[in-house]
Design a binder for this molecule. Structure first.
Ligand SMILES: [Zn+2]
Length: 464
């Protein structure tokens, strides 16, 4: 490489700033769209779909049986729609405002770290002060893995200074204001401690292994060794996640016998879904947001329902949501995504192996004679960030394609009428924006918007 350290610094700074400007531009578009919608009110298209897929909760249909109150009810639901719409917009606007602040904090933090050679300072501090002075290690510089672990821990603690205030604000002010937060300060702190410990127990050994491979197996095939080790570790993590990691944060109880269980089991039998069990997760201890998913990579699968979902949907709607999840299984979406992720990962490590031995990369970060692998990876990741951005857009595109396929499976193959109202219900309850800025949603959404999904379902069921 012919670049000078200053050239690399300039490229990195430009990349950090232009990435921030682009992200902020997208956010601003969406923010203005939300503001605009708040002025103009609910759009006729959204209104049409909301009316068409009015949720049919048991208590609602009882009310509707009474002929005399039908008109009154219709008026009531229209005001309801308007109220929900207003609340949705206010929630999303408040969320975006907070996003502007966290985005600015992040970019300033990133630029400061870069400008003041923060990585180098932390490296020197870990090596000369912590290891040499405090722990009395004589040849501290030789312990690259230990120093890398210390630098990672210091960097994490430094990041907490910025992320804790905004995270507290998000949970206890923003989410609280809109009735989503069910967490307590005690639970929040325990969660933070648990996730930090978990990150340390899993992340630090992986980091050590990577540095070990980079240092001891440097050569034309180094990226293959790193990639292969990470691949087996990720399979291992997916395998142990449901039993050993998810259970650290939530309780999973088997779904009690009843109509819902019978219907889910019927559905699984009908499509030969290898169902191992249905569990209810205590999502409501933290948040009123709702969801459903299945876990299990090979062989038998478990279905997990958030306890909040049962209060927000009818039995048939929940079954429709699960039919969608089963669609993901039927079309092998999880395996497909995994294969693609592995291709990305391989390419990234190939990039790392190409540049990790250039001294100029380390000089740009303030290192004159040393070439710590951790610093090399950090530098190359920053240089690689535009590619990463493109990968993230294409990842979202693929994910949306999978969502359409799963919706198609659920609404045309299995369940003709319940998916649309179920989606409406889940969006209403989660105050999700139904009709966002097109460029924003195209680049950033992993799921199609509600309007797009309803339209696709309409076409799928019509063509039946
Ligand atoms: Zn899905």
């Amino acid at each position: 490489m012919d670049l000078s350290p200053d050239g690399i610094r300039l490229i990195c700074t430009t990349l950090i700033i232009s990435n921030y400007v682009f992200e902020t531009y997208l956010d601003l578009r969406q923010y203005l769209r939300l503001k605009d919608q708040r002025q103009t009110g609910i759009s006729p298209v959204v209104k049409k779909y909301l009316e068409q897929h009015r949720r049919k909760k048991p208590e609602d249909s009882d009310e509707l049986k009474d002929e005399n109150t039908t008109e009154e009810n219709k008026e009531k639901t229209t005001t309801d729609d308007n109220e929900t719409h207003k609340k949705t917009l206010s929630y999303n606007i408040a969320s975006k405002k907070l996003g502007f602040i966290t985005g600015a904090i992040d970019v300033v933090q990133e630029l400061l770290i870069f400008r003041f050679n923060f990585l180098y300072l932390m490296w020197e501090f870990s090596s000369n002060v912590i290891l040499s002075q405090w722990l009395g290690v004589s040849n501290a510089k030789d312990y690259e893995i230990t120093i890398s672990i210390l630098v990672t821990i210091l960097g994490y603690l430094f990041g907490l200074l910025f992320s804790v205030p905004t995270s507290l604000y998000r949970t206890f002010v923003l989410e609280e204001e809109f009735g989503f937060n069910k967490s307590t300060l005690k639970l929040w702190v325990t969660d933070l401690i648990k996730s930090t410990m978990l990150g340390a127990v899993i992340g630090l050994p992986i980091l050590s292994l990577m540095i070990y491979i980079i240092k001891n197996y440097a050569g034309p095939h180094m990226h293959i060794y790193v990639w292969a080790s990470l691949f087996f570790l990720s399979i291992f993590m997916i395998a142990i996640y449901p039993d050993y990691i998810a259970t650290l944060f939530n309780k999973f109880n088997p779904l009690p016998d009843g109509e819902l269980k019978d219907k889910i089991e019927d559905l699984a039998r009908k499509v030969e879904f290898p169902l191992k069990g249905i569990y209810v997760m205590d999502g409501s201890t933290r948040s009123a947001h709702s969801n459903a998913y299945f876990t299990g990579f090979f062989g038998l699968k478990r279905i997990v329902l958030f306890d909040t979902i049962e209060k927000q949907m009818t039995t048939d709607e929940i079954v429709a949501i699960l039919a969608h999840e089963i669609g993901h299984w039927r079309y092998n979406h999880i395996t497909k995504s995994l294969v693609i992720e592995q291709i990305y990962s391989f390419l990234m490590w190939y990039m790392v192996n190409t540049f990790i031995h250039s001294p100029v990369v380390y000089q740009a970060y303030g290192f004159k004679n040393q070439r710590p692998a951790l610093v090399g990876i950090t530098a190359i990741m920053t240089l690689y960030s535009p590619v990463n951005q493109l990968i993230s857009f294409s990842r979202n595109w693929l994910s949306r394609k999978h969502e359409y396929e799963a919706d198609f499976y659920a609404s045309s193959t299995l369940n003709k009428k319940d998916l649309a109202p179920a989606l409406v219900a889940i969006h209403r309850e989660n105050l999700s924006d139904m009709d966002p800025d097109p460029l924003y949603s195209t680049l950033k959404y992993s799921h199609p918007t509600l309007l797009e999904r309803l339209r696709a379902i309409e076409t799928a069921t019509k063509s039946q």
